[in-house]
Design a protein around this ligand. Structure first.
Ligand code: F0G
Length: 457
């Protein structure tokens, strides 16, 4: 018989202590750093949901592999192990190792971006967009309309709007579109998956117009699990087979190995085109390192090779998706508005709806994130007008959504941690009408959410 409780499919092998703090201590800690959660000492955080990137726990097999790491400058066996593990899932001809995802993006868009070029995606992640724009090219998001509606229950809210993509290609001209990207899962759109059917359709359209198709595949295993669970005809398939089918639809990929590959650091760029690969390898040597280690140590390459074999486990993915849904559904049930359906790597709270008395430019998301920390020591991340409100011309406009992301590190917290978070959220909900807005007292020229300071209104 099948039981309801999905247990963590692992035992704890090594632990990191959490220092217990009180609300009054936390009120002082957060005031001391100008109410910016990025400026906290992480020892003063009880449950760190700032990001799922590089914050996961490695398995004992990964730690054992670290010991096997061979640090030869060129041609290390650790490189060959890593390359084989990548190509086992993503059989692209060329694999170019980088220290993290944005380094792969920087190399790719230095090679193919530039003034006059325009790059569509379902939704570009911030660093992808920033690297495209830094090359003087334009980044355009063409996710389906449901993907912009927090309440829509569409099973694949990360899908590309195919009509919009074709119109876009015809309007802008194939000569100006060096690549079409797809982010799986769609992080900036609430961690929503893309269907296999949609990936096939985008791939076919790219072939029709002879435009290369690249994946930003950080959360590929979580996306493949959603395909298995939600897409007609996929429920009997192995996740590895779904992943290989997705890879076969594309001409290349960028990867942050700090997510699904279960690493604390790492990334890669992979592709089939020999000429483009040669250009990218030269850029790699310039900025990251020799092509057989890139931005990584041999031991990192070994840990990632093992991580890639572990993340496609059905037991792991079933637990991963269910534990995030457990948190998201509990919040929804008590009346906290969250982005639906619940994604895999994070729960996104809709602060605009929860705190209707705080105007957008008094930063309801920031207010909620601060209260989650003060009340329960939980660190989330505002994704709203603090992050997106300042425009390049210096004006300030409200963001489309005021969200707080609770991103869940992989294999790091147990169900009792999640139960604690749920209890804190009950208290947050009770006190919500008393939360106040904030004003910014100090802000940098760009990417202000990282270093701005705030004062309560
Ligand atoms: N693409 C996506 C979809 C991402 O979510 C990230 C990072 C990157 C690329 C860049 O990778 O950090 O290794 O350079 N996302 C993290 C987050 C930072 O918190 O969502 P990186």
């Amino acid at each position: 018989m099948e039981f309801n409780t999905i247990i963590e499919p692992f035992r704890i092998h090594s632990v990191a202590s959490i220092a217990m703090t009180t609300q009054s201590q936390r009120e002082k800690f957060i005031a001391d750093v100008g109410y910016n959660l990025f400026s906290l000492h992480s020892d003063d955080v009880l449950i760190d949901f700032l990001t799922d990137s590089g914050t996961g726990a490695m398995s004992r097999n990964q730690w054992a592999a670290i010991q096997r790491g061979d640090e030869s400058y060129a041609g290390s066996p650790s490189w060959l192990t890593f390359k084989a593990a990548v190509q086992n899932l993503f059989p692209f001809k060329h694999v170019i190792p980088t220290h993290q995802g944005r380094a792969a993006e920087k190399i790719l868009f230095t090679a193919i971006g530039g003034a006059g070029k325009v790059i569509p995606s379902n939704t570009h992640f911030d660093t992808t967009r920033a690297n495209i724009e830094y090359s003087q090219a334009e980044a355009v998001d063409l996710v389906i309309a449901e993907g912009r509606d927090p309440a829509s229950l569409h099973p694949f809210k990360g899908n590309m709007d195919l009509v919009a993509l074709e119109t876009f290609i015809n309007a802008r001209g194939i000569e100006n579109i060096p690549v079409v990207m797809m982010t799986i899962t769609n992080n900036s759109g609430g961690g929503q998956p893309v269907s296999l059917e949609n990936l096939k359709a985008v791939s076919a359209m790219c072939k029709k117009y002879s435009i290369p198709f690249f994946l930003d595949a950080c959360r590929f295993a979580e996306n493949a699990w959603f395909i298995r669970e939600r897409e007609v005809g996929q429920s009997e398939r192995q996740v590895v087979d779904i992943v290989r089918e997705i890879a076969a639809l594309a001409d290349g990929m960028t990867m942050s190995a700090k997510k699904d590959p279960l690493g604390n650091i790492g990334g890669w760029l992979a592709l089939n085109d020999d000429g483009l690969a040669a250009i990218c390898r030269n850029l790699l040597i310039l900025t990251e390192g020799f092509p057989t280690y890139g931005g990584l140590a041999g031991r990192d390459l070994e840990a990632l090779a093992v991580g890639l074999s572990e993340v496609v486990s059905h037991d792991y993915l079933k637990y991963r998706i269910r534990s995030t849904a457990y948190l998201g559904n509990a919040l929804a049930q008590m009346g906290i508005p969250v982005v639906q359906p619940i994604g895999a790597h994070a729960v996104y709270i809709d602060a605009k709806t929860l705190l209707p008395h705080i105007p957008a430019l008094h930063y309801p998301g920031q207010s909620l994130a601060i209260e989650l920390y003060k009340i329960g020591g939980i660190r989330g991340c505002e994704i709203g007008s603090v992050m997106f409100g300042r425009k390049p011309d210096g004006s300030e406009l409200p963001a489309t959504m005021e969200l707080v992301r609770l991103a869940i590190p992989r294999r790091t917290y147990t169900q009792s941690h999640i139960d604690y978070v749920i209890e804190v959220c009950e208290e947050v909900l009770k006190r919500a009408p008393s939360f106040r807005g904030y004003r910014i007292t100090q802000e940098p020229a760009s990417l202000r959410h990282f270093t701005s300071e705030f004062a309560p209104l």
